[in-house]
Write a protein that binds this ligand. Structure first.
Ligand SMILES: [Fe+2]
Length: 501
């Protein structure tokens, strides 16, 4: 690909005419960068949000209380000589002046460049990509990441991820954290713990000012799903972590700000406390991405959450997806003709027992706290004859790779029916370290890798195999760390489970 250059922007600035609307001119509103997401064969979502003063306490980014026209263009070349679509979208105060454009009529499997204009200000240029045609089996480079706490480190991992030139990026949640600044933080988080719409908007805006994060958004389309911290630690449906009579209002505010700040389709626009986040994105005949929401519809964590030996976790009525999402996912397995079916989701899927002996001690916030739910999903893909299932996970601030077993009561000899890849955090938890929990590996022989380094996972999907490179950074509390490959695995077509390379 050609690099995005400053020259391009200047050429673009000359090429676009300015239009006065009788209002005072805005200061440069493109401080939050641009993004794209949810590609289809004929289109992709283009996103930006206007905010001349992104850290204004009211969360409105220094924008006037009026609608502002935003012009957009999408071109085949980064010099914008071959513009294929253009239009005008209205940025509204009640959406924090965010815009979500859904151009259509694009070519499948193609690279495009896009930019926005408001008054005479031109945004940075973003590069994006449409999904391949439904029958196409072209190779895919996909990187995924999770858990980016602004205060706990620099977002270097996002920059390294972008430098790998992915076709697609998945973010599996904890894109931001709700907490107020802490003494140990290396960067100052602004605002209180987020509770109101203004708080969440401001928090998103501060994150989006990060140059590394902007760069990562600008190189490829993203598929995003939230986990807990975009709203509140370990929330479950309508149940907050601690009793809070205002939790539903808080949840609605968090959802609204999340929608406003992510490259999501307008079909995801929240309605009060509800937001349709789970969805499927088809990448030609190569891969189906089933993007899950394991927070909004889950039963409350069993036995008071935490690591527990808990009979209630096995209650067959318990669900982590909710009934509708489960039915949708199982239906998706039955309909799939893809080479790879990928679950982009939040919390640890494979069993992680941390107690020696026959009794198990499991994390109640993960699928281990929803055993029947996990069994139904696993049986669903096995019974549907899904060709290759890969589960992608974030949340735990450590990298893992695991074989998914048919029977967790006998993981050592049970059949492997899928593969789980868990990315570590971008920054959460600070620098990380090289200590490996050997007890955990001994008690869970299906887990083939554990690392507490920071980083991300780079994957390469082809018709024959899926390769995963676990990328690690030596530090994040200072900027500029290099990324190296800690460990690589290959999963072969029709042969679930990890092969170390
Ligand atoms: Fe996290």
């Amino acid at each position: 690909m050609s690099k995005l250059t400053r020259r391009t922007l200047l050429i673009g600035g000359v090429a676009l005419a300015t239009a006065g609307a009788g209002f005072p001119k805005l200061d440069n509103p493109f401080t939050l960068g641009v993004a794209s997401g949810d590609p289809r064969p004929d289109g992709v979502v283009l996103w930006t949000r206007l905010a001349p003063n992104p850290l204004n306490e009211d969360g409105l980014g220094g924008m006037p209380n009026r609608v502002v026209p935003v012009h957009w263009e999408i071109a085949e070349d980064e010099g914008f000589r071959r513009i294929v679509r253009r239009g005008t979208e209205v940025a509204r105060p009640d959406s924090a002046h965010s815009v979500h454009v859904e151009p259509f009529g694009l070519r499948p499997g193609a690279e495009y460049f896009y930019r926005f204009r408001a008054d005479d200000h031109i945004s940075p240029v973003g590069r994006t990509r449409t999904a391949p045609a439904p029958w196409a089996l072209q190779d895919l480079t996909m990187c995924f990441a999770s858990c980016s706490h602004y205060g706990e480190g620099y977002f270097t991992a996002y920059r390294r991820l972008a430098e790998d030139d992915p076709d697609l990026v998945l973010h599996l949640g904890d894109y931001q954290y709700e907490y107020a600044a802490k003494a140990a933080d290396v960067r100052a988080v602004v605002g209180p713990e987020t509770r109101t719409l203004a708080d969440y908007r401001l928090r998103h805006a501060q994150y989006k000012t990060d140059a590394d994060l902007q760069f990562a958004h600008s190189v490829a389309p993203w598929l995003v799903v939230w986990d807990d911290h975009e709203t509140e630690n370990n929330w479950a449906d309508e149940v907050p972590e601690q009793p809070d009579p205002d939790f539903l209002a808080r949840r609605a505010a968090a959802f609204q700000a999340y929608y406003e700040n992510m490259p999501l389709r307008r079909s995801a626009r929240p309605n009060g406390i509800d937001m349709q986040l789970y969805r499927r994105v088809q990448w030609g005949a190569l891969a189906n991405f089933h993007m899950l929401d394991t927070r909004q519809y889950r039963d409350d964590q069993a036995c008071g959450d935490g690591w527990k030996t808990c009979t209630e976790a096995g209650n067959p009525t318990r669900t982590i997806t909710g009934a509708d999402q489960e039915a949708w996912l199982l239906d998706g397995f039955r309909r799939s003709r893809a080479r790879w079916d990928v679950l982009g989701q939040q919390v640890f899927f494979a069993e992680r027992d941390r107690k020696d002996g026959p009794e198990k001690e499991l994390s109640m916030d993960s699928w281990d706290g929803y055993l029947a739910s996990r069994d139904r999903i696993t049986r669903g893909w096995v019974d549907a004859g899904v060709r290759n299932t890969v589960v992608l996970t974030g949340d735990v601030h450590a990298a893992y790779a695991a074989d998914i077993k048919a029977d967790w009561n006998d993981p050592a000899s049970s059949r492997t029916v899928g593969t789980e890849l868990v990315c570590t955090s971008v920054t959460s938890g600070g620098d990380g370290n090289d200590t490996v929990d050997q007890t955990q590996l001994r008690l869970n022989p299906h887990i083939k890798l554990h690392s507490r380094r920071r980083g991300y996972v780079r994957t390469r999907f082809t018709a024959q195999e899926m390769r995963a490179d676990f990328r690690a950074l030596p530090f994040v509390r200072q900027p500029g760390a290099p990324a190296t490959t800690l460990k690589s695995f290959v999963v072969e077509d029709r042969n679930p489970g990890l092969n170390a390379v």
